[in-house]
Design a protein around this ligand. Structure first.
Ligand code: GCO
Ligand code: MN
Ligand code: MN
Length: 427
C-alpha cells in the first residue's frame, strides 16, 4: 500500500544514495557505488510495471523460413522462473504454447497442474490468453474465416477450449490475432464472406465467455500480412471499425502491435492515439520493426527510439493501465543468455523512456514551446466547440488576419530538436 512507484515522482541524487557515510569525525562506512550501479537499480523492472512476455516470445527457438532452430526449447515453468527473477508481471500464452495440440485430457490436466504450481511458486500471472489458429495445417487457409464450414467450426471449438484454459489460469483478456485469416488468392470469392464469418465467430465466442462467467475482454490484433499475403483487418483503423458491427462492441477492443502498423507503413503512435480516443486500447504488443521489411519482432526501442519515446509518453501521460506485453523475440543469432538480455532490455528501455517522459514534461523550455505551439483563444473556441445558429453567425462575422495566421511559426523544429536532446541525454 505504501510502496513507492514511478508515478509518485520521487527522485534521488547520485550523491544521496551514493553517500558513503563519511562525516567530519569519521571515515567512510560504506563503499562508493558507481553511477551505473545506481542507474541499474533505478531502472529495475518490477511486477507493478505490468510487463509481460509471451511464452512464445522468450521461448522462440530461432527458426526462420531459411534456417533451423538455433536455440533449445525452454519449458514454460523455467520461463516463469527466469522472467519472475527479471521482474516481469506475468506471461501470456496460446493454448498450444502450454498444452500440445494432440495432448490427451489426462496429459492436459497434468501439464496445467504443473504450470499452475509454477505460477504460485513464482507469483507470476497469466493476464492474457489466445489460441493458436495458425500453426496446424488444418488452418492453412484460415480459421474463423475459412471457406470450409468444418474448419470454421473446428476453430470455434478450439477457441472455446482455449478460453477454458485461459480462464482457469486467471486471464481476463483474450486476444484475437488472425494469423491465417487472410488470402493470397481472392478469386475464390471469400472476401465478403470472411468478414461475416469473422463476425459470427466473435459474436459466438463473446456469448460463450459471458455464459461461462469468464468475463473476458476481447482484444483484436491487426496485422497487414505475414503469414498470409493479405490478412483481413490489416490495421488498427480497420479493426476498430469492425468492432462496431459486432453484437457486443463494449466487450471488444484492440491489441495493436508496433511492428504491424510499421509493416503497413503507418505511424504507430497515431494508431494508438486513435485506439485511446475510442476507449479501445485493451492491450498492447510492444516491439520494434524497420519499415518495409519482413516481420522482425525486434527488442522494444531497438529501431526507432523517438517513436518508442512518443509511444511511452502517450501511454504514461494518458495513464494506460493495461498490460505492457513484449511481443518480440531475441535475434536468431543469440544463445539463451542473449534471450534474457533481450527480455531485460525491453523492460529497461521502457522504464528509461518513462524517465525521459518525466524529464520532457518537467522541462520548462520545452513546456513554454508547447504552450506557444498550442495557441489558445477561448473566445473562438467557445464559438467552435458546438454548433448553434448564434455561434455560427458570430463565427461568420469574425474577421481573421489570414496573412498573420500563415506567417506565424509554430516552433516545431526546436521542439523536435529538444526532444532529441532529451533522448540523447544532454538535457
Ligand atoms: C505475430 C503476432 C503474434 C500474436 C500472438 C498473440 O506477428 O506473429 O504478433 O505474435 O501477437 O499470436 O495473439
Ligand atoms: Mn507480430
Ligand atoms: Mn503480436
Amino acid at each position: 500500500m505504501y510502496e513507492p512507484k514511478p508515478e509518485h515522482h520521487f527522485t534521488f541524487g547520485l550523491w544521496t544514495v551514493g553517500n558513503i557515510g563519511r562525516d567530519p569525525f569519521g571515515n567512510p562506512t560504506r563503499a562508493a557505488l558507481s553511477p551505473e550501479y545506481i542507474q541499474v537499480s533505478m531502472y529495475e523492472p518490477k511486477p507493478e510495471h505490468h510487463f509481460t512476455f509471451g511464452l512464445w516470445t522468450v521461448g522462440n527457438i530461432g527458426r526462420d523460413p531459411f534456417g533451423n532452430p538455433t536455440r533449445a526449447a525452454l519449458s514454460p515453468e523455467y520461463i516463469l522462473e527466469k522472467l519472475a527473477a527479471l521482474g516481469a508481471y506475468g506471461v501470456n500464452l496460446h493454448d498450444n504454447d502450454l498444452v500440445p495440440i494432440d495432448a490427451t485430457p489426462a496429459e492436459r490436466d497434468r501439464i496445467v497442474l504443473s504450470f499452475k504450481k509454477a505460477l504460485a511458486d513464482t507469483g507470476m500471472k497469466v493476464p492474457m490468453a489466445t489460441t493458436n489458429l495458425f500453426g496446424d495445417p488444418a488452418f492453412k487457409d484460415g480459421a474463423f474465416t475459412n471457406a470450409n464450414a468444418q474448419i470454421r467450426a473446428y476453430a470455434i471449438q478450439k477457441a472455446m477450449n482455449s478460453m477454458d484454459l485461459g480462464a482457469e489460469l486467471g486471464a481476463k483478456t483474450y486476444v484475437f490475432w488472425g494469423g491465417r485469416e487472410g488470402a493470397e488468392v481472392d478469386a475464390g470469392g471469400n472476401t465478403l464472406n470472411a468478414l461475416a464469418y469473422m463476425r459470427e465467430a466473435m459474436n459466438y465466442l463473446a456469448e460463450y465467455s459471458e455464459d461461462q462467467g469468464y468475463g473476458f475482454k476481447f482484444a483484436i490484433e491487426p496485422k497487414p500480412n505475414e503469414p498470409r499475403g493479405d490478412i483481413y483487418f490489416p490495421v488498427v483503423g480497420a479493426a476498430l471499425a469492425f468492432i462496431y458491427t459486432l453484437e457486443k462492441p463494449h466487450l471488444f477492443g484492440l491489441n495493436p502491435e508496433v511492428a504491424h502498423e510499421t509493416m503497413a507503413g503507418l505511424n504507430f503512435v497515431h494508431a494508438i492515439a486513435q485506439a485511446i480516443d475510442a476507449g479501445k486500447l485493451f492491450h498492447i504488443d510492444l516491439n520494434d520493426q524497420k519499415m518495409g521489411r519482413f516481420d522482425q519482432d525486434l527488442r522494444f526501442g531497438a529501431e526507432n527510439i523517438k517513436q518508442a519515446f512518443l509511444l511511452v509518453k502517450l501511454l504514461e501521460d494518458t495513464g494506460y493501465a493495461g498490460m505492457k506485453h513484449f511481443d518480440a523475440h531475441a535475434l536468431r543469432t543469440e544463445d539463451e543468455a542473449g534471450v534474457w538480455e533481450f527480455a531485460k532490455g525491453c523492460m529497461r528501455t521502457y522504464l528509461i523512456l518513462a524517465e525521459k517522459v518525466k524529464a520532457f514534461n518537467a522541462d520548462k523550455e520545452i513546456q513554454a514551446l508547447l504552450e506557444h505551439y498550442h495557441l489558445k483563444d477561448p473566445n473562438l473556441s467557445n464559438l467552435t466547440a458546438k454548433y448553434s445558429p448564434s455561434n455560427a453567425a458570430a463565427l461568420k462575422a469574425h474577421s481573421f488576419d489570414r496573412a498573420a495566421l500563415g506567417a506565424r511559426g509554430p516552433g516545431l523544429e526546436l521542439i523536435d530538436q529538444l526532444t532529441m536532446e532529451v533522448l540523447m541525454g544532454v538535457r
